[in-house]
Ligand binder design. Structure first.
Ligand code: UDP
Length: 412
């Protein structure tokens, strides 16, 4: 396990987004948590929503005066292969859990637990299934309260996988889920807390850039800035349905020939399936030069993601299963209309027909995209509503406040 080097944030700059009552409450809980030590633990420092959040949350909390560290567990390829199977099967995919996979999960956690020997935290937050077994190796005199923060939808899991994981989960003092519907087991429900994730309004990914700057950035990736663009930013993963997005584009293209599609995807270090699914996506796109598929290996980083989102007429997040879908809040924050799969945390964010659209099929999605392309005024109105929804509910500052309230309750 390694401690992640984090950047610097300035809390004062974030006050502009806070309603007065939230600001007062936040200042109050910051004072209560002074002197307490907190650890966040997850499985990757790069790629996917959890690392995205921690890269902002940890430095901002530090600037608030909270003593907080971020640790990442280490593993080899076989570990990530197994944890990806856990991720998929906990979200409902079929498949048997082998004794080998159980051993690998436990073995790597045991190795990582060596770093815990001199820990003196008051609160330990373990993100997702990969490091969940660490709780078995807590020091006998460990005074810390342990929290399991689940980012995925475990409402209808593959029972064999859930039962195995549950022997660890049941030992935690508290469990955080994104939505009430995601939790499935009686015992977890007794110590269940609901906290949705958040975006950082001042990160390179979300800070406001002008439309001209955004266009000049995306033109380098082959996008024709004089024609409309629809985009989806997400890992190449079956649950994100990039193949479905291409099918949507093909329907839209027939009726709106000038449209272009950008699929932007980062290759996460803990996601071995990503490459395989990227190749499938490239095959589905074929030789259509109006489909632009780029990754971090082409030089796409946070600012470029920001530019793609800012310069898109319509943003898609056509997931089939989704924990939260930070990309939805990111798009809404940029005042863009988002068409999202009617699933998981996307339903928390998009109010159908008010600040975006929720869709169940490729055809429905294509129809919504077409109506937004044909009616830019509609998209603008939805975009304004979307930004306010994100400001009130899904910004980093209120996320930290919810954590601090839980920590204070656990420690008192
Ligand atoms: N992301 C990125 N570059 C990419 C693709 C995705 O930075 O090429 C980011 C995206 O902007 C978001 C995060 O990765 O902040 C993905 O989080 P989300 O909750 O949408 O999905 P997850 O990958 O965690 O399932």
């Amino acid at each position: 396990m390694e401690k992640v080097q984090i950047g610097i944030k300035n809390f004062e700059e974030y006050r502009q987004f806070l309603d007065k009552d939230v600001e007062i409450e936040l200042d109050y809980y910051i004072q209560l948590m002074k002197g307490k030590k907190i650890a966040m633990v997850n499985s990757t420092a790069y790629g996917g929503g959890v690392s995205e959040i921690l890269h902002s949350l940890v430095p901002l909390a530090r600037d608030m005066g909270i003593d907080i560290d971020w640790w990442v567990i280490k593993g080899a390829e076989e570990f990530y292969y197994v944890t990806k199977a856990f991720h998929n099967c906990l979200q409902g995919q079929e498949g048997e859990l082998s004794d080998w996979a159980k051993k690998i999960l436990v073995y790597y956690n045991e190795m990582n637990a060596e770093a815990m020997a001199d820990w003196d935290y008051d609160i330990v937050v373990i993100h997702d299934p990969q490091p969940a077994p660490l709780i078995n190796y807590r020091h006998p005199h460990d005074k810390a309260k342990w929290v399991w923060r689940c980012h995925i939808d475990t409402s209808t899991p593959n029972q064999e996988y859930w039962d195995f994981l549950y022997q660890f989960i049941s030992k935690y003092d508290s469990c955080i889920f994104t939505m009430r519907d995601f939790a499935n087991e009686g015992d977890v429900l007794n110590k269940l807390i609901i906290i949705p994730p958040s975006i950082d309004p001042l990160s390179n990914k979300n800070t406001e850039i002008g439309i001209e700057e955004a266009k000049s950035i995306i033109t380098k990736f082959g996008v024709d800035i004089h024609r409309p663009l629809i985009s989806q930013i997400s890992r190449f993963d079956p649950w994100k349905d990039p193949l479905g997005v291409i099918d949507v584009y093909k329907i839209v293209k027939k009726e709106y020939p000038s449209v272009q599609l950008s699929l932007v995807g980062s290759m996460a270090t803990d996601d071995p399936e990503g490459w395989e699914y990227l190749y499938r996506t490239l095959r589905r796109a074929g030789e259509d030069y109006d489909i632009d598929i780029v990754t971090n290996f082409n030089g796409v980083s946070n600012r470029e993601v920001n530019a793609f989102q800012t310069a898109s007429q319509v943003i898609l997040q056509k997931s089939i299963r989704e924990g939260f879908g930070l990309t939805v809040a990111e798009g809404m924050w940029k005042r863009r209309p988002v068409v999202g799969g009617n699933t998981g945390g996307i339903k928390l964010q998009i109010d159908d027909e008010i600040n975006g659209y929720l869709v169940n099929t490729v055809e429905e999605c294509a129809e919504r995209v077409l109506s937004l392309l044909r009616n830019p005024g509609l998209g603008e109105q939805m975009g304004e509503d979307g930004r306010e929804k994100v400001r009130k509910n899904f910004l980093l500052t209120s996320h930290i406040l919810k954590y601090l309230k839980l920590f204070e309750e656990l420690l008192s």
